[in-house]
Ligand binder design. Structure first.
Ligand code: SF4
Length: 375
């Protein structure tokens, strides 16, 4: 299958932990950017014309900062360019404070059938520390607006490991999120990225991050609370009701093909990876001048692609299918990693069965270290 990613690089402010391609204060560029995205879409070359696109994902940034009169035509242009599967999953990321019941109803009527709300926390002090502009009252309104607008495939995105957070406040956020009966929950542990204000604060010793024991408690609590609410843990940071897993992200984790449009967006089709310029104005200028916004291109060789499939596939709790790898690359994990797998198994970090390679529960807790060994 193939998916399509649409990047909207605008936000109302820049959160101090954010390393995404996102820029505040660019309202004036938005109409020009939307036109440029439509132009880039028109130039995309479809491979395998007969295979419909199964998933579309508008991410950011904050896609819903674009007025619906700019946003909806982009989805129309995608439909015009690509044949979408009848049951295509069409997702949008949205942040509280940028949506109303009316705007969400328009998006729903335009065929967007999944929404991922970046709530992050139901605790005002934590929202403040994260630099989010809205508070819990607005977050609650956003959830209610999405439901009232008819989104019956709702994901709530949360962050844990926030400065000043305790296992008790994380439990409250989790429980409140689940009280809205979402179909999907993403729970990402805060990571401190180089070059962000949080990295500087950490350097100065000004970031009161929870300790390791608290993080471990939050990890365990997340799995337990989600499980008792009927959400299956299917990827390191993601939980869903059966059948409501994010198909777009599963395609990434299976290292499937994906098209992309927009500044900073990355596509990968048949082992050819392309990255577009991050600067939205440079992106517009390049597209307007009839030039490709792609600034970096890489053709992945068989072994690189194989290793990537293993590393990202291991994020899913089912792990990776050895038969699928052999069918796709003519290689098994033992051919590629040999003794390393024995060492990881002896350390209780991975399980190798005749059919799958997967992380153990312990391996998942230190996934970054384990996966770094498999790169
Ligand atoms: S809303 Fe998201 S994309 Fe925008 S600055 Fe904050 S973390 Fe980054």
């Amino acid at each position: 299958m193939a998916g399509l990613y649409l990047h909207i690089p605008f936000c109302s402010s820049k959160c101090p932990y954010c390393s995404f391609v996102s820029f505040p204060g660019m309202e004036q560029v938005m109409p020009r950017y939307a036109r440029a995205v439509e132009s880039e879409l028109a130039t995309l070359v479809r491979q395998e014309q007969e295979t419909p696109i199964e998933t579309v994902f508008a991410g950011g940034g904050t896609p819903t900062i674009l007025p619906t009169e700019l946003l909806i035509p982009l989805f129309d242009a995608i439909r015009k360019k690509f044949s979408l599967a009848a049951e295509a999953e069409i997702s949008i990321e949205a942040n509280p404070g940028t949506v109303t019941r009316e705007s969400l109803a328009r998006l729903r009527q335009a065929g967007i059938n999944r929404i991922s709300l970046g709530i992050q926390s139901f605790n005002d002090s934590e929202l403040g520390k994260l630099g989010r502009r809205y508070r819990t009252g607005v977050a609650r309104q956003a959830v209610m607006a999405a439901k009232a607008a008819g989104f019956d495939n709702l994901s709530i995105d949360l962050i844990y490991g926030v400065p000043g957070q305790s296992p008790a406040t994380w439990r409250q956020t989790l429980e409140e999120s689940l009280s809205y009966v979402p179909q999907h929950l993403s729970c990402y542990q805060l990571t401190i990225e180089d070059g962000t204000p949080f990295a500087e604060m950490m350097e100065r010793g000004d970031l009161d991050l929870p300790g390791e024991e608290d993080i471990e408690m939050m990890d365990e609590m997340t799995v337990e609370v989600c499980r008792s609410a009927g959400l299956r843990h299917y990827e390191i940071s993601n939980f869903a009701r059966p059948g409501r897993e994010c198909r777009h992200n599963i395609n990434y984790w299976r290292n499937g093909d994906y098209y992309a449009v927009g500044s900073g967006a990355v596509s990968c089709i048949s082992g050819r990876r392309q990255r577009r310029t991050e600067d939205p104005v440079a992106y517009c200028r390049m597209v307007e001048n009839g030039r490709s916004p792609v600034i970096e291109e890489e053709n992945l060789d068989r072994e690189t692609s194989f290793r990537e499939s293993v590393v990202i596939g291991m994020r899913m709790l089912t792990g990776i299918s050895r038969a699928d790898l052999v069918a796709r690359y003519g290689m098994d994990v033992q051919d590629c990693y040999g003794g390393l797998l024995d060492r990881l198994q002896d350390g209780g970090l991975v399980e190798l069965s005749p059919t799958h390679l997967r992380l153990t529960d312990y391996g998942r807790r230190v996934a970054n270290t384990v996966l770094a060994e498999l790169v």
